[in-house]
Write a protein that binds this ligand. Sequence first.
Ligand SMILES: NC(=O)c1ccc[n+]([C@@H]2O[C@H](COP(=O)([O-])OP(=O)(O)OC[C@H]3O[C@@H](n4cnc5c(N)ncnc54)[C@H](OP(=O)(O)O)[C@@H]3O)[C@@H](O)[C@H]2O)c1
Length: 348
Amino acid sequence: MQHIRLTLIGFGVVGQGFVELLANKQQYLQQRYDTWLTLVGVANARHGFIYRADGLDLPLLQQLAREGRPLTEHPVAQHWQNPSDGLHSTVADILIEASPTNLRDAQPALSYIHAALSNKMHVVTANKGPGALAANELLDLARQHGVQFRMESAVMAGTPVISSIREGMMGASITSLRGILNGTTNYILSAMASGRDYAEVLADAQAQGYAETDPTADVEGYDAVAKIMILAALVFNQPLRVEQVERQGITTITREQVQVAIDAGKRIKLIASLRQSPGSHELIASVKPIALPLSDPLSRVDGATNAITVQADTLSEVTIIGPGAGRTETAQGLLADVLACVRLSIRR
Ligand SMILES: NC(=O)c1ccc[n+]([C@@H]2O[C@H](COP(=O)([O-])OP(=O)(O)OC[C@H]3O[C@@H](n4cnc5c(N)ncnc54)[C@H](OP(=O)(O)O)[C@@H]3O)[C@@H](O)[C@H]2O)c1
């Protein structure tokens, strides 16, 4: 049996979801994959980094989180206030990175990921910042050190988009991607299609937890831009700068515009798209509201659900539909990446 040691940075919604999933699945993973995953390190911003070489107590970590108690209450664990110090001073096989997304400079995640890859740890992340701003640099660094850098859950959470395209569609030549990659805006536009105003629906989405208190990253399209930048780097091997992605959010869409589209047999969706310009390999990237005919599978994807349509030379069109966020859904994407690292190569 393989024994794999994990360190987790970021112990919020996603990090706690991962610990819960691990606690629930440990036995199953042992039987199914002959692999035992041990969580040896956990860090957050408030309490720093704790480490126990023999493994941390998963139910206790869950209890500490539930009761708002500090990680440092975990018995027999070493502690560093600065997560970087803990990461540098301890040993694990895989870093699971789930700290907040920062689309300006991808920090602090970028430093954590750099340190882990340089120390021959595989890295899996749910964070969009590092993949959007530095995917190729980090993939190169991973290659140099003989490890994996994976980010399935950064695009459509646990719905397998990146692995389906990069591994499941290996050998196909991808010509375009078009997707609904942001659940908040799709929830708002879907609700507006039943005759409601943008402001009213946004307030409702915030009350129900579908939208952040500051919804700018979602409604102005920045979140979808980050995901399209990740896909450009991973699928087309062409990193884009943020200004190379045409961006328009949904804040100016009116109830009347939504109704005009419905009367014409269409639905307005915030579509993130990537395609190669005819006759060259240059990528044309955009995130903007588009009125889609009902014959387009994306037009019928409603609520917080996400979807992506991939066009390839050998498959015509493939559409993947599924959750784009959520505690367990995102943790599942991290778990799939962890198991892929174990399968593809693990340092002994
Ligand atoms: N939530 C989703 O459905 C979802 C879906 C896909 C991707 N993601 C991505 O997953 C990541 C985590 O999301 P989340 O919803 O779990 O966020 P969250 O609930 O805000 O949790 C963030 C965690 O990161 C910790 N943190 C903040 N600054 C840190 C630092 N400098 N060093 C170490 N840890 C730090 C926080 O510490 P404290 O607890 O001390 O504040 C917290 O534990 C984000 O990048 C997000 O974009 C989330």
